[in-house]
Design a protein around this ligand. Structure first.
Ligand SMILES: N[C@@H](CCC(=O)N[C@@H](CS)C(=O)NCC(=O)O)C(=O)O
Length: 202
């Protein structure tokens, strides 16, 4: 049985829950409490020395980390991951974009506001995230004005990677009203069979 270690408050972990639900993958969910220090315990560090969730454990005790690598591993040989080499690279292009140009701004602004309660000493950092976060949203808006999903007509793991923190961007102070193509894309994903909301597990 596959084991997924994570916290469903985390968008990176929700990516895996959403994919597992779309594909109806049988798995065990193991809750990990970051704020209580679970990722710093030696038992967890022996599985992921980087001390981060999500973490996938295979039945033969091999481990895989990094949310987008886990998504692509689990989606291999399904319609959610293309086999054509250019299309596969386009999926990865959007996933690298997510990790470098989107998540560090939108997810971090959300963390500061929602989980830390926007403390005064992090206000400047919170505000500094908005310029680059909106830039990332504009890049997505341009693509989603041209195609229904990020790499074309087909839902892929690239959409799951970017959906996770975009659909809760308002919790980090981002307004999506000026991004109609993103709003339509969010609804398209929410209308998929076996869609689950964030925090529906744990
Ligand atoms: N690039 C990693 C990021 C993972 C990550 O930052 N996870 C956070 C939760 S969203 C975490 O485990 N934080 C605990 C810590 O850094 O101590 C991925 O995509 O999986």
């Amino acid at each position: 049985m596959l084991k997924i270690y994570g916290d469903s408050q985390s968008g990176n972990c929700y990516k895996i829950q959403l994919l597992a639900s779309f594909l109806q993958l049988e798995h065990e969910w193991h809750h990990v409490d970051i704020l209580a220090g679970d990722t710093k315990q030696s038992a967890f560090l022996s599985k992921n020395p980087n001390g981060k969730i999500p973490l996938l454990a295979l039945p033969d005790n091999r481990y895989l980390t990094e949310s987008n690598a886990i998504l692509n591993y689990l989606a291999a040989d399904t319609d959610l991951l293309p086999t054509d080499s250019f299309e596969l690279a386009k999926v990865q292009q959007w996933q690298f974009f997510e990790q470098y140009s989107h998540e560090p701004y939108i997810a971090v602004a959300r963390f500061i506001a929602k989980y830390l309660g926007l403390p005064k000493d992090r206000l400047a950092e919170y505000e500094s995230k908005h310029h680059s976060g909106y830039k990332a949203l504009s890049v997505m808006e341009t693509q989603l004005t041209a195609t229904p999903y990020l790499i074309g007509k087909q839902l892929t793991t690239a959409d799951i990677s970017l959906y996770a923190y975009t659909h809760v961007a308002h919790e980090g102070g981002f307004q999506l009203a000026d991004y109609p193509a993103i709003l339509a894309w969010l609804e398209r994903i929410q209308g998929q069979p076996n869609y689950i909301t964030m925090n529906s597990i744990n």
